[in-house]
Design a protein around this ligand. Structure first.
Ligand SMILES: [Zn+2]
Length: 494
């Protein structure tokens, strides 16, 4: 058995108003090519770069969120190489003194274990432009992205499977979004992964292959799976793995050679002469630490403890901040509704029921609504206010309405923005609690379902739930389910 060893290099664009070293707009959605350019990011002779403070604040926040040491003294370096989308002929990056060092990120694996992946460094650099390849074989250069602040994170070789690599990248993306330093949209190229992978049967690491420009979590996973097989096949056949850089070919679903061995010295790094060394005060670091919002891992822990939700539900809220904010608002309304009771177990039960309705029924309504392709808290509350949602949950937990009525009510609330008790009244959906009325429905249903009745008497337990279903349908979901169950049981067992 070969052991796989993987290190990741992940680039993500920093969300700032302007570019890294000039005042051009940093707008990833700009459609007009070469609109956001100036002599500085176009590297005209005699221009001078100026460090963007917002980008530095962002990388410090990122480093702190990823448990890194922030280096109070660092500097920028020139990394020289030629590429048509790089007007300077070099990229301003950081070589030996990155701003963030020695961090880590804990990831949750499918088997329930938590694994710590160490982060070697995160440094600051600038992005390149983009080449647009036309169908006639010509290529056009768009420099809107040239000079956009870019962070590069390098992990230690602590990763040993495609699953771990994918989970690391996903958790990183989540954190970047929580701290709002990057949208990290992989499809838009705002986050890009590179995988360094080797396999070996001994403690000594094998020859590593680099896979570049992986633009989705799926592709990260697939390219690792592919490389594991490819390298094992080579070694099994007595061949050698060649150190090289490969890319992912999506139509062929395999990695392809891009270029051969390439060493760092070819870049001829040297300190950037146009920029002063970077000194970051401890006050500045502490001020930024003070801005740290709740991180995904803290929120997981809080949601499990405060609301007793299971891991799957917690993950649903962790991934969608808008919906989790809405959920918590409904819970705080629920607390108001129940203030006079001060009954903790009831609130926990209500939280679970509330979570179920939000993550299934409410979520389905949103998904099927073309107006809600993108939504924020305001849009959600326009559909159903947190207060109305809390009232609905209250009606369910108090046993005032059955689950089938709750679904009808929720749909009506969503469509009309109405208050649940008003809708209940107007639509005549009020629960039937009257024994006589329920008795009449039961008698009627039993007379029409002689077979089920017989089966039940023969000991078929399924028939009981079948009959309950028939009675609930006959009452259009309005009969009090508990009363129905009690009365039916009494009737059948007599
Ligand atoms: Zn510029």
């Amino acid at each position: 058995m070969y052991k796989t060893t993987i290190g990741l290099e992940i680039h993500f664009e920093s969300k700032t108003k302007s570019k890294m070293f000039c005042s051009c707009a940093n707008n990833p959605d700009e459609k007009i090519a070469n609109k956001n350019v100036c002599p500085i990011c176009m590297a005209h002779p005699g221009t001078l770069p100026v460090i963007n403070e917002e980008a530095i604040n962002n990388i410090i926040l990122t480093g702190l969120a990823l448990n890194c040491e922030i280096q109070q003294h660092s500097k920028f370096d020139r990394k020289s190489y030629f590429y048509p989308d790089l007007p300077k002929g070099y990229q301003i990056s950081q070589f030996d003194l990155p701003i963030c060092k020695n961090g880590y990120l804990d990831i949750h694996l499918d088997d329930g274990t938590v694994k710590r992946i160490r982060i070697n460094r995160i440094h600051m650099e600038e992005d390149t432009g983009r080449l647009n390849h036309a169908s006639d074989g010509s290529s056009l250069v768009d420099f809107n992205r040239a000079g956009v602040p870019l962070m590069e994170l390098v992990t230690e070789a602590d990763i040993h499977s495609a699953e771990e690599a994918k989970k690391f990248a996903q958790e990183l993306q989540l954190i970047l979004r929580y701290i709002n330093v990057s949208d990290a949209d992989m499809e838009k190229g705002q986050m890009r992964c590179e995988v360094n992978i080797s396999i070996s049967k001994t403690e000594e690491l094998g020859t590593k292959v680099e896979i570049k420009n992986l633009n989705s979590f799926k592709v990260v996973e697939k390219s690792i799976d592919f490389q594991e097989k490819r390298q094992a096949e080579l070694l099994d056949n007595g061949k050698k793995v060649v150190q090289e850089t490969r890319g992912w070919h999506d139509t062929r679903q395999e990695t392809m050679e891009q270029r051969g061995k390439e060493d760092a010295f070819e870049y001829r790094y040297f300190p950037e002469p146009d920029l002063p060394p970077l000194n970051i005060s401890s006050e500045m670091i502490e001020a930024i630490r003070g801005r740290m919002p709740e991180l995904p891992e803290e929120k997981r822990f809080r949601f499990m403890n405060e609301y007793s939700l299971d891991a799957k539900s917690v993950e649903f809220y962790i991934k969608d901040e808008v919906i989790s904010h809405y959920f918590e608002k409904v819970i705080s309304e629920l607390k108001c509704w129940r203030e006079d009771r001060e009954c903790k177990s009831e609130l926990i039960n209500a939280s679970k029921i509330c979570s179920n309705y939000i993550s299934t029924d409410f979520q389905a309504l949103i998904k099927n609504d073309s107006e809600m392709k993108e939504y924020d808290s305001v849009k959600l509350e326009k559909k159903i206010t947190a207060e109305n949602f809390a009232e609905l949950i209250c009606m369910i937990t108090e046993g005032d309405i059955s689950s089938s009525i709750a679904k009808i009510l929720l749909l009506e609330m969503y469509n009309t923005q109405g208050d649940p008790s008003d809708i209940l009244e107007k639509k005549g959906l009020k629960q039937i609690n009257d024994g006589g009325e329920i008795e009449a429905i039961i008698t009627d249903v039993l007379s029409k379902n002689a077979k089920a009745l017989e089966d039940y008497k023969k000991g078929k337990q399924n028939s009981f739930s079948f009959l309950i279903g028939q009675i609930m349908t006959a009452s259009k979901g309005k009969a009090n389910p508990q009363t129905v169950a009690e009365m039916l049981k009494k009737k059948l067992d007599n």
